[in-house]
Write a protein that binds this ligand. Structure first.
Ligand code: GDP
Length: 296
């Protein structure tokens, strides 16, 4: 039997459960989840090779209604780029409601040719299972979806069925990546994402999402990795929040991030964190580029 390989874009507004689904499918913590929207700022490739099928998942940043800031322009562009040249688009929505942002994602999909499977996530929230059917019928009137699949990414409900469906859209072809490769993202990127996730978790709503993490140093020698990360915030007040009283918060962030890094890189990690104020960075294209958000 010959191999099959293909690209699948996961699209949907922030917070519908794309990262959770991704992690469930890949069985590994690759893209970063958080209760706060817009955590997934980059397009992460997750690769799953199983039973002669290699699926390369493109996890898109959320699409945004407001476009004033450079960071949002970048994110919108990345989201639109991701749906080009894929074999299948999986659009994820939240069972609880259909929003203007969902509508916007759908509008963007009308400009592309790949078949679209609609995933209705978080059905575990449903008390009355009978209410699902009329809702699915209503959804099917919005777009000629190939199929509509209700799932719970968090609990794994129906995810295997979804994967089988996804696999059925993957064409014959040689693998693009070695069989054991799960991501093409560098360790640097993953390290930065882990720090960012911990900050988000620690601070919740206290900090706006205009915060970024830059890895200044990443050296690996034997069983030890030395990592220095720079946390860039917009205002001195935010810097104080991140650091916390007597440095307590930054210490917790560092400890949590280090633990995850050690598990991810399978070695001891020495992690240094710095917090710096960089005003208006999110509205400065050049600054974005220097931080690696390059959309060229
Ligand atoms: P993304 O922004 O689309 O990547 O969304 P995330 O994967 O980060 O998920 C957003 C939030 O929804 C997180 O708190 C998840 O734990 C939660 N979530 C995701 N899938 C489910 C689900 O199937 N059921 C429930 N109850 N919560 C979910």
């Amino acid at each position: 039997m010959s191999n099959r390989t293909g690209f699948v874009a996961i699209v949907g507004r922030p917070n519908v459960g794309k990262s959770t689904l991704m992690n469930r499918i890949l069985g590994q913590k690759l893209s970063i989840t958080s209760r706060k929207p817009q955590t997934t700022r980059h397009q992460i490739l997750g690769i799953k090779t199983e039973d002669d099928v290699q699926v390369i998942y493109v996890d898109t940043p959320g699409m945004h209604l407001k476009q004033e800031k450079a960071i949002n322009r970048y994110m919108n562009k990345a989201a639109t780029t991701a749906v080009k040249d894929v074999d299948l688009v999986v659009m994820v929505i939240d069972r609880t409601r259909w929003t203007d942002e969902d509508e916007m994602v759908l509008e963007a999909l009308k400009n592309q040719r790949a078949p679209v499977v609609l995933v209705v996530n978080k059905v575990d929230f449903l008390k009355d299972k009978d209410s699902l059917l009329p809702y699915l019928q209503e959804l099917s009137a919005r777009y000629p979806f190939e199929q509509i699949v209700p799932i719970s990414a968090k609990h794994g409900h129906n995810v295997e069925r979804l994967e089988n469906l996804i696999n059925s859209f993957i064409p014959e072809g040689q693998y693009f990546y070695p069989e054991d490769q799960i991501t093409d993202r560098s360790s640097r990127f993953l390290a930065a994402e882990l720090v960012r996730e911990k900050i988000m978790r620690q601070l919740g709503d206290e900090l706006p999402y205009a915060m970024t993490v830059e890895i200044e140093e990443f050296t690996h020698s034997g069983t030890l990795a030395e990592i220095s990360a720079l946390i860039l915030v917009e205002r001195p007040s935010q810097k104080r929040i991140v650091i916390g009283e007597g440095g307590s918060r930054i210490k917790q962030i560092g400890q949590d991030a280090r633990k995850d890094m050690e598990a991810m890189f399978d070695c001891k990690v020495m992690l240094n964190l710095w917090v710096k104020v960089k005003s208006n960075w999110s509205d400065d294209e050049r600054a974005l580029r220097s931080l690696g958000y390059d959309d060229r």
